[in-house]
Design a binder for this molecule. Structure first.
Ligand code: FAD
Length: 512
């Protein structure tokens, strides 16, 4: 089921068997779906009773808020924390259809990375000064996540070790060249610098890795511990959170008055009236009429191995650095403190009409592709058991970057479109949303509210069913092309041509 109801992986009610600590591994544990991500199961199991469901009860009836935030992931929760600073005394309410962190924020790979690889796009869109200012703000967010966590006693396993990207096939060589050269020209060489094959090998030994690139603005976190830590601090600071409460698409008040948000939960239907609304719904916003055409939804899956600390030592992968290959259907791998590998990507599936259904949670094929990526990177780990697998939705925009926009006669502010890279950027987007909601026209004076990401609404995608059919055909072509390239084969002419369609149509998506 989709918005307004309950999804297939999220059953409402307070007692959930999968909220308990992960059980011992079973051979079928690697099938995705049916339970939450390993990250979120760990995080929920570690929470003291006082912070569990009763701290954020479902909502029914009628309520009033100064600022209502829809969505309790990183974006919504960073916005809430910033609003406390910008609007002291305001009644801030978060409405979350599942539990905070139940969306992508509790399921992702935990890469907190900067945007120096995006610099050519940022400079083309916003000019050198503003493009660099935006990249700097996102880069700073990597450190700010860690500083914030340390300052409030949240331990999300934060490790600021940088982030490396490696070519895993000749076709991927130099995928970063344009960004590296631009950083060089602008005196930003240290932000994003090439690595020789030997330097890649010093980080982790893989027979398929070639040369690479290194971004020092890079950290890893246990993503759900971060999301639940944000929730804890928000609650402690007076934010009211209603979990397992779904908001219905907003109808803007024609007279410009406060916004009425209809809600649904197991406790009953409700209406919340708020002066300002922050929409932080990630891929779920694709089902909302005002945002749907700006987003394509896509699934991403992660597999998690059993603990193998000795084998990681053999690979030389011991310093907590995250690493990706350079496919468009990226593989991303990182380690955990107990010596597991979490590796995701390899090509998920497109969603239809903004529905976030089973394809985002139960797709064994997409999880298998992530698993195949792991085996290809590390053939010596063929005997290592994959203990868990899960998936989630990402919200892709035409330029592969998030946007912040205001609608609803100045009362509704949305931050969407992270395109699979939102762990660090959500801090920036959340704070920009808070500036818009609290300061209105004064947001332009705020460090985050003045960033050029505000108002940079991406172009639209075609309507359904063309959006879905196009995304599906192009995804298939891109996956086939990249698999062929990895196997040292030339992709077929039709496959190569279809994979280039988004670029030909002016979208900043897919390979050239
Ligand atoms: C498998 C996977 C791996 C990823 N890996 C990385 C990575 O390593 N690094 C990186 O930077 N990014 C990664 N991402 C992307 C990143 O997780 C997201 O960009 C980020 O979490 C977005 O945060 P958010 O708060 O906007 O969205 P979410 O965390 O998804 O929050 C949106 C919330 O809205 C709630 N919601 C939906 N509909 C309603 C409604 N009607 N009413 C109320 N609430 C509603 C949802 O339940 C959800 O909790 C990954 C994503 C996935 C799925």
């Amino acid at each position: 089921m989709r918005d307004g109801g309950r999804s297939n992986d999220v059953r409402s009610g307070t007692a959930r068997s999968d909220d308990a600590r992960p059980s011992a591994a079973r051979s079928d544990d690697a099938r995705p779906g049916g339970r939450r991500s390993w990250w979120l199961r760990e995080a929920l199991a570690a929470e003291p009773p006082a912070l569990r469901a009763d701290a954020a009860p479902p909502f029914a009836g009628s309520g009033r808020a100064d600022i209502a935030i829809l969505g309790g992931g990183y974006t919504g929760l960073w916005a809430a924390l910033r609003l406390i600073e910008l609007a002291p005394g305001a009644r801030i309410v978060v409405l979350e259809r599942d539990v905070c962190g139940g969306g992508a924020s509790g399921r992702n790979g935990g890469f907190v990375t900067g945007w120096w690889d995006e610099l050519p796009t940022l400079v083309a869109r916003h000019g050198v000064d503003e493009g660099v200012r935006l990249a700097r703000a996102i880069g700073d967010a990597v450190g700010e996540v860690g500083d914030w966590a340390a300052s409030v006693g949240v331990d999300p396993w934060y490790r600021h070790a940088g982030f490396a990207q490696a070519s895993a096939a000749p076709a991927q060589d130099g995928a970063w060249r344009e960004a590296v050269e631009l950083c060089d020209r602008l005196g930003l060489r240290d932000e994003y610098r090439p690595l020789t094959a030997d330097e890649v090998r010093e980080r982790v030994v893989s027979p398929v890795f070639r040369s690479g690139v290194f971004m020092r603005d890079g950290a890893t976190v246990q993503p759900a511990l971060l999301a639940r830590g944000l929730r804890r601090v928000a609650l402690e600071r007076g934010v009211v959170i209603h979990e397992r409460t779904s908001a219905r698409p907003i109808r803007t008040n024609r007279h410009g008055g406060p916004v009425a948000i209809r809600t649904r939960s197991a406790a009953g239907d409700g209406t919340f009236v708020a002066d300002q609304v922050v929409v932080a719904l990630n891929a779920w916003a694709a089902a909302w009429p005002e945002f749907g055409r700006r987003l394509v939804t896509w699934s991403s899956y992660i597999v998690l191995t059993e603990p193998i600390p000795d084998r990681l030592a053999e690979l030389g992968w011991t310093d907590g650095e995250g690493i990706t290959d350079a496919r468009f259907t990226l593989h991303y791998g990182r380690t955990t403190p107990d010596g597991r590998i979490a590796l995701g990507g390899g090509g998920g599936r497109a969603g239809f009409g903004g529905r976030i259904g089973r394809v985002f949670t139960h797709d064994a094929g997409s999880a298998a592709r992530a698993g195949a990526g792991l085996r290809r990177w590390f053939p010596t780990l063929a005997d290592v058991r994959i203990e868990d697998a899960w998936g989630g939705p990402i919200d892709i925009t035409a330029d592969h970057l998030p946007f912040v926009t205001t609608t609803g006669r100045g009362r509704v502010h949305a931050g969407l479109g992270f395109s699979g890279n939102g762990v660090g950027p959500a801090l920036v987007v959340g704070r920009a949303l808070a500036a818009l909601a609290a300061l209105g026209d004064g947001a332009g004076e705020d460090r985050w509210g003045s960033l050029p990401i505000v108002g940079a609404v991406p172009r639209m995608f075609p309507p359904e069913p063309f959006r879905y059919l196009g995304a599906r055909a192009i995804r298939e072509a891109i996956v086939r092309r990249e698999l062929a390239e990895e196997a040292g084969l030339r992709p077929g002419r039709v496959v190569a041509a279809v994979s280039r369609v988004p670029r030909r149509l002016g979208y900043h998506l897919g390979p050239d």
